[in-house]
Design a protein around this ligand. Sequence first.
Ligand SMILES: Nc1nc2c(c(=O)[nH]1)N(C=O)[C@@H](CNc1ccc(C(=O)N[C@@H](CCC(=O)O)C(=O)O)cc1)CN2
Ligand SMILES: Nc1ncnc2c1ncn2[C@@H]1O[C@H](COP(=O)(O)OP(=O)(O)OP(=O)(O)O)[C@@H](O)[C@H]1O
Length: 254
Amino acid sequence: MPLRSSRAVPRLRYRPQRAGRLIHDRLVPVRPIARIHSSVASPICPSIPTSSCAQSRASLRRELRQRRRHLTSRQQRQAARGMVAQLLRHGALRRAQRVALYLPADGELDPMPLIHWLQRFNISVYVPVLRPSVTPGLWFIKLTRHTRLTRNRFGLLEPVLPHHACPAHKCSAWALDIVLMPLVGFDAQGARLGMGGGFYDRTFSRARYAERAFKRPRLIGLAHDVQEVAALPTEAWDVPLDMIVTGTRCLYPQ
Ligand SMILES: Nc1nc2c(c(=O)[nH]1)N(C=O)[C@@H](CNc1ccc(C(=O)N[C@@H](CCC(=O)O)C(=O)O)cc1)CN2
Ligand SMILES: Nc1ncnc2c1ncn2[C@@H]1O[C@H](COP(=O)(O)OP(=O)(O)OP(=O)(O)O)[C@@H](O)[C@H]1O
């Protein structure tokens, strides 16, 4: 499905982005980062002292982003195909009508091969846009062959606003059935590390859903196997994932 992009933005094609430097010729095995021990444990982040929690998340983020950028194009394609197979095998898309995914960058696991299946099942596809307001958050805009894309302040592709912000194209976060979220890191307990903007955390925060009695969409994190760590330092605002899917596995955190 070709997409029209706005001026100065290359036409987006549904193929994995070019991977960074080639340092491995096959999928890098999971290399868990060891739990960081400390004598002064933080209540929200038991494995790490309070003062170093944010710092350790930032350095983890750097290392994990580097790991995914180092995957070759072949590894990227293989992982994307594997992820689709996992989602279909586990029936994760069953009964969904509105699914949010993302336009991949920076070595993220590419959700684009999934679009073919979503169209086949007549499921509408939405992508995130940075909400133009003082409080950071995301809007979700329907992705069609007519969607015009631009780059946001982080250099990531997103639909042009306000052009696509009409009710026919915009979907409230709570009205989505499934949100496929890009992960920088994850652990088997369902903790996630994102790009550090807190956009997904704010948009799907527990408090927001509890207050308004909305049903929260099913949150599924997509990541490469190399993005797994033994135990992520977590923060009080982190929204836990219902499921994590890689190119080889589906994890159902408890
Ligand atoms: N493909 C894609 N689209 C997405 C996201 C994403 O993770 N992936 N987002 C998910 O939220 C939102 C954009 N979020 C972002 C949040 C922060 C930074 C950012 O500041 N990056 C800094 C490093 C920050 C750090 O390490 O602490 C940088 O790139 O230098 C970039 C994007 C919306 N769209
Ligand atoms: N529900 C929330 N309410 C208010 N602030 C929040 C909330 N969630 C996150 N934040 C703020 O956002 C900042 C970034 O959070 P965090 O490091 O968890 O981002 P992330 O999960 O990596 O990013 P993202 O959610 O965009 O993928 C934190 O410093 C925190 O202050």
